[in-house]
Design a protein around this ligand. Structure first.
Ligand code: 13P
Length: 255
């Protein structure tokens, strides 16, 4: 594939609430054994917090990165059940925020996402910031304004340089876990809107450098078509990432 820019593809495995320490480490080892094209693609696995240490240990010495699915925006304090980005230093290189499951099921707001994106950077980690519209919003023709507003909130506390060093993920809510993937054209269009929103907020250089993934029912069967589109810099994979060979096939499609 010829690319008109220098952004390195990034594919992340969001294991969601699957795997504990032992089976998580086993899955991580299976992923690492797949012969991934790591010269060409950044690969990140996002296990549940409980398994972060075991997975990081299993991947020590490999070029696979580990990330958290969720962090608090403060570095420490009386926040029962939470973990902070600062606590992940040495363990994880990435942290996800803004995922629609967190927004919808756990009340994560745009303001939370903004604070978390900043906290993740402040800890020296890279945020993967997810945005995306619901089916009603898409059917109502509001996708562009919805993702623009989410981007504006999420990046409000970041500098252009921190924005350029972030990863964004376009995850239409209606495509997550439904088997209903966005078409490559829809993914390209929405990612174009997201990149334009980044540009309007933090300038053309940041917009040109920030990597934007597509997520939502990505499989080995559809990955090549999605990842071949202009501006689609990788994938955020849920269900298909729980099978090492399937995930590897998606990483290959990004290379
Ligand atoms: P699925 O790949 O299972 O649709 O999940 C996508 C997702 O939410 C990744 O963060």
């Amino acid at each position: 594939m010829t690319r008109t820019h220098s952004r390195r593809p990034i594919v992340a495995a969001n294991w969601k609430m699957h795997t504990g320490p032992a089976d998580g480490a086993e899955l991580a080892r299976a992923v690492a054994a797949q012969g991934l094209p790591l010269d060409a693609v950044d690969v990140v696995v996002l296990p549940p917090a409980l398994g972060l240490s075991a997975v990081a240990e299993a991947l020590r010495g490999t070029r696979l990165a580990v990330g958290a699915q969720h962090v608090h925006w403060e570095s420490h304090g009386a926040f029962t059940g939470e973990i902070s980005a600062a606590m992940l230093v040495g363990l994880a290189a990435y942290a996800l925020t803004g995922h629609s499951e967190r927004r919808r099921l756990f009340g994560e707001t745009d303001r939370d996402v903004r604070r978390k994106a900043r906290a993740i950077h402040d800890a020296g980690l890279t945020p993967i910031i997810a945005v995306g519209e619901s089916l009603d919003e898409r059917d109502g023709g509001q996708t562009e304004q919805v993702v623009r507003a989410q981007v504006e909130h999420a990046l409000a506390d970041l500098t252009p340089a921190l924005t350029a060093a972030s990863v964004l993920a376009y995850e239409p809510v209606w495509a997550i876990g439904t088997g209903r993937t966005a078409t490559p054209e829809q993914a390209e269009e929405a990612i174009g809107w997201i990149r334009a929103a980044v540009g309007a907020l933090h300038g053309a250089a940041a917009a040109g450098q920030v990597r934007i993934q597509y997520g939502g029912s990505v499989t080995p069967a559809n990955a090549r078509a999605l990842l071949g589109r202009e501006g689609v810099d990788g994938a955020l994979v849920g269900g298909a990432s729980l099978d090492a060979a399937s995930f590897a096939a998606i990483v290959q499609a990004a290379a």
